[in-house]
Ligand binder design. Sequence first.
Ligand code: ZN
Length: 194
Amino acid sequence: MPRKPISKLSRQSDGKTGDPLALIIKALAFSANKHRDQRRKDTPASPYINHPIDLANVLRNEGGIRDGVVICAALLHDTIEDTQTSPEELQREFGKRVCAIVLEMTDDKRLPKNERKRLQIEQAPGLSRRAKLVKLADKICNLRDVAYSPPERWDLQRRQQYFDWARQVVDGLRGVHARLERAFDEVFLLRPRQ
Ligand code: ZN
């Protein structure tokens, strides 16, 4: 069956219309389309799009964040890293500011995994304020997922290491949002023990 082309999505809400909700819905549709064939690593193999939606939900409904640029970037944060999406495409559809944050959230997949993880710790303090918010929400959501529905093959040590790494990243961006940092500290209490 032919895929609906992305260009069919409205291009009128490119952030210059003063209609943040339109841009957010467009980001949601765009991201759902890009991630349409991907699944999470948890046992039920949940649809991937649940993850970016989780971030947006945490930012808005736990963090009280009303900045549409941050919410859009959260919905799109994995598109460059994990789907066939170019920075040019994001910039064209969502503007420079959203694209810049997504780029800040994008690991260089040419590097080995350990190096990418080390760089996330090293680079956290230098992220823009908006990227720090998205990063913080990402770590909150990922730890909740590992605590409540971990990837099937992750043993105790791997889950513990993931918690410890996420905490090192978050420690590098503290001071950005007290309420969300508290939410992170709460989820960290779920660090697996057995
Ligand atoms: Zn993510």
